[in-house]
Design a protein around this ligand. Sequence first.
Ligand code: FMN
Length: 191
Amino acid sequence: MGSYFLESEIAFDADGRLIDAGYHDADTKAFEPRDLRGVFGTFATGVTVVSAMSVSGEVSGATANSFTSVSLDPPLVLVCFARDSRTLSAMRNSGRFAIQILAKGQEDVAWHFAGRPMTDGAPVLSGETERGVPCLEDALCVVDCDLSQVLPGGDHRIVLGEVKGFQMSQTHVEPLVFHRGKFGDFQGNES
Ligand SMILES: Cc1cc2nc3c(=O)[nH]c(=O)nc-3n(C[C@H](O)[C@H](O)[C@H](O)COP(=O)(O)O)c2cc1C
């Protein structure tokens, strides 16, 4: 049995249902990376900002939805980063990073750390975890990690982090959600 991949443009009907699945055998037809990105985008995720400070004191942060919980014992998480990410460099350099899970309504923060800086009242990584990693003052959760392993993953790197501590917000309850290139909430409302 062969593997099947999406070959054609992805099409959705007015209700957002997938109407053109266009499956073809991977052995006979290549597919466009753009189409594959569309497939990945159908997987709804939460949104995080990953932050780190290099040994020389340079603070960086990047929005990432590749966050996954891996193991409770030992406590491990993973996040995938583009090979040339500045935040990845700082993580590797210091061996520590913080993952902040964003709350409903924080899409401006997500855009800011995805390379679309806010012009006024820009969110800054002015907080600090107990272990001195720069973090957002306001998020649903902050997870403080030691860098455990960096594994190859094509044009990305798979970063395994060992959880050393965490904080949960007393005020935020609902997460920010990312689906098909748009932010929204858990009820499916786009924002
Ligand atoms: C919703 C969303 C999720 C993203 N997830 C990731 C991700 O998991 N890994 C990644 O490398 N880039 C991801 N990006 C893109 C980075 O946030 C963006 O390239 C950022 O500018 C990298 O910053 P840096 O080079 O300073 O680390 C995402 C962007 C958005 C808007």
